[in-house]
Design a protein around this ligand. Structure first.
Ligand code: ZN
Length: 278
C-alpha cells in the first residue's frame, strides 16, 4: 500500500466505490470525513458496466478506490490503468472464503450480512490507513454500523424461521443470492448464472420451468437490475406467483425503496416472507 499523505483538516478523503452497495458501506464508516462517489449508480448492473471518461477522472482524483473483487468488476482494471490513478485499490471481500459455481467465484458476498461485516472491517482499515487523523472516528462509526448489521442479521434469521421449511425456495433472475442461501437456508434457483453477461439458453429456461413444477416452488422474483420479461414469462408458464422485486446488486436512489444496504436487506426479507409464508 502507498504511504498515505496527511489529509488537511477541512479536506475530505476522496473515495471511489465501484458500485452503490460499497458506496453505502463507505458512507456509514467514513461519515462526513469522506467524499464518496460510486461508478455504477442506482439500479445499475455492475457485471456489464461500460465506464465513461468521467469515471476515469474520478479514479484519477481518488485517494482510495474500494472494489468488491471476486471477478465482479471485470471492466475495472482497464479503467484504472487508463485513468493513470495511483490510489490504493482495496478489495472489500478480502478474508471472505468465496462460494464457487463451477470454476467461477461467486462475487455476491454482500448478500450475507455476516460477510457485509467483513466488508465494513476492510473499509474501516483502509480509511484509517489513508487518513490516520480520523482513524478513531472511523473505528467508532464502524462499530456502531456493525451493531446495526448484527441486529439486521438477527432480523433475517427470525424472518426465515417463520417461513415453512418446504416453502423456502424461490426463483430469481441471476444467481445473486448464493451467500444468502448458504447463510439463511433459503434455496435460490436462477436461469442466469453468477454474472448477467450471458443470456440463459432455451434449454436452461425449460429446465427451470420443469423444476418449478416438480419442486412446487411457490414464487419467482424480479430483480431491480434485470429485464423483468424472462421471470414474468416463467411465472406465466408455471403458475408460480411473482413475489415482487429483490434487490440484488444495486441500491435505489434516495427516493427509491432501498437507498441503503440495510433497507435493501429488510426489503428483500419482507418480499420473501410475504411471498413464501402461507
Ligand atoms: Zn450479480
Amino acid at each position: 500500500m502507498a504511504t498515505a499523505l496527511p489529509v488537511q483538516a477541512q479536506e475530505r478523503l476522496k473515495v471511489v466505490a465501484s458500485f452503490s452497495i460499497l458506496g453505502d458501506f463507505v458512507k456509514n464508516v467514513g461519515g462526513d470525513r469522506v467524499d464518496v462517489t460510486t461508478l455504477v449508480g442506482p439500479n445499475g448492473d455492475v457485471h456489464v458496466y461500460t465506464p465513461t471518461p468521467a469515471d476515469a477522472k474520478k479514479i484519477a482524483d481518488a485517494r482510495l478506490v474500494i472494489i468488491n473483487g471476486l471477478g465482479l468488476e471485470g471492466w475495472l482494471p482497464r479503467l484504472i490503468q487508463a485513468s493513470g490513478g495511483k490510489a490504493p485499490i482495496i478489495t472489500a471481500t478480502r478474508g471472505i472464503t468465496p462460494l464457487r459455481l463451477g470454476s467461477d467465484a461467486d462475487p455476491h458476498a454482500w448478500q450475507s450480512v455476516a460477510s457485509a461485516k467483513v466488508y465494513v472491517a476492510n473499509i474501516r482499515d483502509a480509511l484509517a490507513a489513508a487518513d490516520p487523523a480520523d482513524a478513531e472516528m472511523f473505528l467508532a462509526n464502524a462499530r456502531r454500523y456493525q451493531a446495526e448489521l448484527d441486529a439486521l442479521e438477527a432480523a433475517v434469521r427470525a424472518a426465515v424461521e417463520k417461513i415453512p421449511p418446504a416453502r423456502r425456495k424461490v426463483i430469481s433472475t441471476h444467481d445473486a443470492f448464493g451467500y444468502f442461501a448458504a447463510a439463511y437456508g433459503v434455496e435460490f434457483i436462477a436461469p442466469e448464472g453468477v454474472s448477467t453477461e450471458t443470456e440463459p439458453s432455451a434449454r436452461d429456461v425449460g429446465a427451470i420451468i420443469s423444476q418449478i413444477k416438480s419442486a412446487k416452488i411457490p414464487a419467482v422474483f424480479l430483480e431491480n437490475i434485470s429485464d423483468p420479461r424472462l421471470v414474468s414469462r416463467i411465472a406465466a408458464e408455471t403458475g408460480a406467483k411473482v413475489g415482487g422485486t429483490l434487490f440484488s446488486d444495486a441500491l435505489t436512489d434516495e427516493k427509491g425503496v432501498c437507498p441503503t444496504y440495510i433497507e435493501m436487506v429488510r426489503h428483500n426479507i419482507k418480499a420473501l416472507t410475504s411471498a413464501l409464508g402461507n
